[in-house]
Write a protein that binds this ligand. Structure first.
Ligand SMILES: [Ca+2]
Ligand SMILES: [Ca+2]
Length: 345
């Protein structure tokens, strides 16, 4: 026992020395463009939950002014569940929308608000408010589609909060004034109905145990597009037969045993007893100088993989998204809460 403790303590010391060395290196690290990055934060804590969240905090975050029977309008609830280590976790995520932090997204396409321009030429971005980050910066216009929820920060400042967290599928216009280098950061949520299980009630497919998938695509007027150069990290993986199915290798989190995208992906054997693996979000993830150099790069996906070939919020405006790729983490289906970041130099 004593020996085991000693070995553990010396391993911890070694880990501590290595971590301190990495932190010291990172503290003085600058990546091209002269942006000095913060020291790498302590590793994210891994937590495990089992089953569906019992406590509903908010019955429905979606406010839809104009409804019709043909709309794909589904309830976006927010719940809480206690992890095996006692941590109380808000699911599917704690969001700026539920905290009523703005500004709410300006619509590119939104059935709830009857903003439905027929094509790119009919889109008027000039009404979107300009969020000022640098008074002497340039005004950048961006177009965003997230499956399902996004909140968007530039240099740590909240620029846009998706006004439709789940469905119907919407898209947004953002404008902000900033100078280079600057950092974009998105919190992204693949929303669901069976909270903390990552499971949707997909009436259209007559499937009340459907595994939803995520995705983000965005294009900005300074030439920045979502692509494989972005960083993307997952913070919620499941539903799982066993939490051991998610393998951590440093800051890489792997789960691909049941596939990564439709149509190949398979369901786990579990149902109401499924597990979910969660991670704490690093404190500085929104910030300009947050050090994400150890995060995995984003994976890119096709329209077909994301399943958006018939969604007008996106397909009506090919010119506005030209050159951008859909991005997410490694697993489009099982990774449910994602942070994506890009430093623009
Ligand atoms: Ca949305
Ligand atoms: Ca999912």
């Amino acid at each position: 026992m004593k020996q085991a403790w000693k070995t553990q303590a010396s391993a911890l010391r070694r880990t501590g020395v290595v971590a301190a060395a990495i932190a010291a290196l990172a503290a003085c690290a600058t990546v091209g463009g002269g942006l000095a990055l913060d020291p790498i934060e302590a590793p994210d804590r891994r937590m495990v939950t089992q089953g569906e969240a019992k406590k509903i905090l908010i019955p429905n975050l979606t406010q839809c002014a104009h409804t019709n029977p043909k709309m794909n309008l589904r309830v976006a609830a927010v719940g809480q569940i206690t992890a095996t280590d006692g941590t109380v976790i808000t699911v599917p995520a704690e969001t700026a929308l539920q905290r009523k932090q703005g500004p709410l997204s300006h619509d590119l396409y939104n059935e709830c608000n009857k903003v439905l321009p027929p094509n790119s030429a009919a889109v008027d971005a000039s009404k979107a408010p300009v969020i000022e980050i640098d008074s002497d910066g340039e005004v950048i216009t961006g177009y965003i589609v997230a499956d399902n929820y996004f909140e968007f920060y530039v240099n740590g400042k909240l620029v846009s909060v998706d006004n439709t967290p789940y469905t119907p599928f919407n898209s947004a216009i953002v404008r902000f004034k900033v100078k280079r280098p600057y950092t974009m950061a998105f919190l992204l949520v693949d929303w669901d109905e069976q909270l903390s299980l990552g499971v949707e009630n997909m009436a259209r497919l007559n499937d009340n145990w459907y595994l939803g998938d995520g995705g983000l695509i965005a294009r900005f007027s300074d030439g920045t597009v979502t692509d494989g150069s972005w960083k993307a990290q997952t913070f919620m993986i499941g539903p799982l037969d066993s939490p051991a199915d998610v393998v951590d290798k440093g800051t890489l989190r792997f789960f691909d045993r049941l596939g990564r995208t439709y149509p190949d992906v398979k369901k786990p054997k579990c149902r109401a007893d499924c597990f979910m693996v969660h991670y704490t979000q690093p404190r500085g993830w929104r910030n300009k100088t947050f050090n994400d150099t150890h995060w995995p790069n984003a994976y890119t996906y096709t329209d077909e993989e994301i399943g958006v070939t018939t969604l007008p919020a996106y397909t009506r405006y090919p010119e506005l998204f030209a050159g951008a790729r859909w991005i997410w983490t490694q697993n489009l289906v099982y990774d449910n809460v994602v942070i994506a970041r890009k430093v623009v130099r």
